[in-house]
Design a binder for this molecule. Structure first.
Ligand code: URA
Length: 229
C-alpha cells in the first residue's frame, strides 16, 4: 500500500480534519507499527496506523453489502427522508471520497446493495459493458401472463421514452403473481417499467443477488464488510 502522510490518512478516512490530526499526533494517540508517532507529516502505509490503539478502519477502502430495508432512499440528501447512509458508520460518509452505493434501489425496494468508496468498483459494477447480473424477486398486483417470459427474453422490449430495447432478461414465474427476474443492465426503475409494459404494477421488489453477492442470513438494515475483489 502506498505510504501517505498521517494527517492525510486520518482526514481522508473520516477521523478528523488535518489540523485535528496534528493535535491527535502531538497527544500521542497515533501509532504506526506499534511506535508512537510525534510528527503528522511522516508517511506510512494506512494499514500500519492505529488511533487510540485501534487499527484505522478499512485501510484498503470500504466495500460492504447492506441488506436495504424498505423506506430508505439511496441518496446523500437527508431532505428525501431516511437514507441508507443512516444505517452505515458515520465515518464512512466523512471519508474522501465518501462511501456511496453501487447504483441505486428505489425507496420501497429491499435487499442487496453494495456500498464502497472505491470509484473503480462503482464504475466496474455499474457500467453496462460489464453486464453484472442482478436478480429480483417480484410480486405484482395481478396474474403474470406466461408469454411475458418470452417477451422479456427476446431483447426487443422497448420501455417508454427510450430508443434502445432492453437486453434479454430471464423471467421465471414462481406463482401466479410472483416471479424472479434476472437482468444484466440497470436502467432507471427498470423492473417496474418492464412489468408496467404488461400493465402489471409491482407491489413488492426485493433484490436477492448482485453479481456474485447474496444476503445469506444478513438481517434487513444490517451490513457486512466484503473482501476486496
Ligand atoms: N428496478 C426498479 O424498478 N426498482 C429498483 O429499485 C431496482 C430495479
Amino acid at each position: 500500500m502506498t505510504p501517505r502522510r498521517i494527517d492525510q490518512i486520518l482526514a481522508n478516512f473520516g477521523y478528523c480534519s488535518r489540523s485535528e490530526a496534528r493535535h491527535w499526533v502531538r497527544a500521542g494517540r497515533v501509532t504506526a507499527g506499534g511506535e508512537i508517532i510525534t510528527v503528522a507529516d511522516r508517511k506510512f502505509s494506512p494499514d500500519a496506523i492505529c488511533v487510540d490503539g485501534e487499527p484505522v478502519e478499512c485501510p484498503n477502502g470500504v466495500l460492504a453489502l447492506l441488506n436495504k430495508p424498505a423506506g430508505y432512499v439511496c441518496s446523500h440528501d437527508a431532505g428525501e427522508g431516511p437514507t441508507i447512509y443512516d444505517l452505515l458508520p458515520t465515518r464512512w460518509r466523512k471519508r474522501n471520497p465518501a462511501a456511496t452505493s453501487v447504483g441505486r434501489l428505489d425507496k420501497d425496494t429491499t435487499g442487496v446493495l453494495l456500498v464502497t468508496d472505491l470509484g473503480e468498483l462503482v464504475q466496474r459494477w455499474t457500467s453496462p459493458k460489464h453486464k453484472v447480473a442482478k436478480v429480483y424477486e417480484v410480486t405484482v398486483h395481478a396474474d403474470i401472463p406466461p408469454n411475458l417470459v418470452a417477451a422479456f427474453a427476446a431483447g426487443t422490449l422497448m420501455l417508454e421514452g427510450e430508443d434502445k430495447p432492453c437486453l434479454p432478461a430471464r423471467l421465471e414465474i414462481v406463482s401466479a403473481r410472483e416471479a424472479r427476474l434476472e437482468l444484466t443492465e440497470g436502467r432507471y426503475h427498470q423492473v417496474k417499467r418492464m412489468f408496467a409494459s404488461a400493465k402489471l404494477d409491482v407491489t413488492r421488489l426485493h433484490r436477492s443477488r448482485f453479481g456474485d453477492f447474496e444476503l445469506d442470513d444478513l438481517p434487513p438494515g444490517q451490513w457486512r464488510l466484503l473482501p476486496m475483489p
